[in-house]
Design a protein around this ligand. Structure first.
Ligand SMILES: *Cc1c(COP(=O)(O)O)cnc(C)c1O
Length: 400
């Protein structure tokens, strides 16, 4: 059950041996896992796959874990596609909030932690804005590995507490996620942990790649016209792009690609700026702020990979204001009965913006990624009450 041939530097193409512990390449760039796709395609067909259950682990042939006993399971599922039929019948949300730990970080971390276990690592560490830390904590604890997490001090309370409850050592840091990342990097030798930061090890991308495999399978092995992805470190966007290439090479999909849209918040939009400036790398974003914590990432190691995929696909990068994100969450909740997280709501705000400026059309099939459950985030207050000791005017409840 393994078709990995080698790993490859995403910048220089330099080759690395499979089955060894790897961080970044010697050039300081993400490593990509390569497979014998011909052998993979011969080992499984779409029908066999369709019969399997078990969420993203259904795609085990497409993944790097070699031994079944190293696969860590916490009840993964195939996440649903939900059509926003009141708003636009071509608009679909892929609701990732239903995965273990309530976010799509489960995909990347399940893979990274399973691989860490397979390679004999015992202590993993990472910087997080919340959801990644929660997923790492859960999968590490389930696998019997130690985990240490550093998060910005204003990380949502619920994230810090879920991380702690699920068995990680968690520390608030007076800085942003890149400052937390620095602590993880600098502490490697003395603390003896392995750095599981976004794209600084090769396997989180492979986990997020399953979003692309799953989406294609759900759309009967086709791709949508456009994908709106809330972009922080960009793992998911890069992973999906990799999935489409691998599926095409296997002959499972044709050469059509969705236009990939990287959605960021106006208060932290390094990828949007780089896209608009026409450059290959993004500059560090100063004074990053947005209440969509998951996309508050001032600098991404894989910036050039995000930008390449976006440009090659004919897509674009777009920034939305926090006010519009809040409004978007409100609108989708009230019109569709679907509670999005702020980052997911950002993709809907971006779709609306792109629809009005003509960058997408109303009859194009668009997929929005709702990356986490809306229940983890602060919500607007609701304070209506009834005094049962007084007469109640029941006409106030009627529709008219
Ligand atoms: C991590 C995260 C993102 C960004 O995902 P990347 O693949 O790192 O760009 C978006 N939204 C939420 C809720 C997240 O937790």
């Amino acid at each position: 059950m393994n078709f990995v041939t080698h790993l490859e530097c995403s910048m220089t193409g330099e080759l690395y041996e499979a089955g060894k512990i790897h961080g970044l390449s010697d050039a300081g760039r993400p490593l990509l896992v390569r497979y014998d796709l011909k052998a993979l395609a011969e080992s499984i067909d779409k029908k066999t796959l369709a019969k399997r259950t078990g969420g993203f682990w259904r795609y085990k042939e497409f993944l790097p874990v070699r031994h079944e006993e190293n696969i860590i399971r916490l009840g993964e599922i195939t996440t649903p596609l939900i059509t926003l039929k009141t708003i636009n019948k071509n608009l679909i949300v892929k609701d990732e909030g239903r995965l273990p730990t309530g976010s799509f970080k489960a995909r990347g971390l399940a893979l990274a932690v399973s691989m860490a276990k397979e390679l004999g690592l015992q202590h993993l560490a990472m910087p997080t804005n919340g959801n990644a830390g929660a997923a790492m904590a859960a999968y590490c604890t389930h696998a019997g590995l130690k985990s240490t997490v550093f998060c910005p001090e204003d990380t949502p309370e619920v994230n810090v507490r879920e991380i702690a409850l699920q068995g990680a050592d968690v520390y608030r840091v007076n800085g942003l996620i890149n400052d937390c990342g620095k602590i993880v990097g600098e502490g490697k030798e003395a603390a003896g942990w392995f750095d599981l930061s976004t794209l600084k090890e090769p396997y989180r991308i492979e986990g997020k790649k399953t979003m692309g495999l799953e989406l294609c399978e759900q759309l009967d092995w086709t791709v949508p016209d456009v994908i709106f992805y809330p972009t922080g470190g960009g793992t998911g966007l890069i992973g999906m792009w990799k999935a489409f290439d691998e599926l095409e090479e296997m002959g499972w999909i044709d050469s059509k690609r969705p236009r990939m849209v990287a959605v960021q918040a106006s208060g932290c939009a390094p990828i949007v700026k780089a896209f608009e400036d026409g450059v290959e790398h993004a500059e560090l974003w100063q004074n990053a702020h947005t209440f969509a914590a998951g996309i508050r990432v001032p600098a991404a190691v894989g910036d050039f990979l995000i930008l390449r995929a976006v440009r090659k696909s004919g897509g674009f990068a777009i920034a939305v204001d926090d006010d519009d994100i809040a409004l978007a969450r409100d609108e989708v909740s009230k019109q569709e009965g679907l509670l999005l997280c702020p980052e997911g709501a950002a993709t809907y705000a971006a779709w609306k913006q792109a629809l009005s400026d003509g960058r997408v059309l109303a009859d194009e099939q668009c997929v929005l990624y709702n990356c986490a459950t809306g229940l983890k985030y602060p919500m607007p207050e609701s304070n209506s009450a009834i005094d049962r000791t007084r007469p109640i005017d029941y006409s106030r409840f009627s529709n008219s």
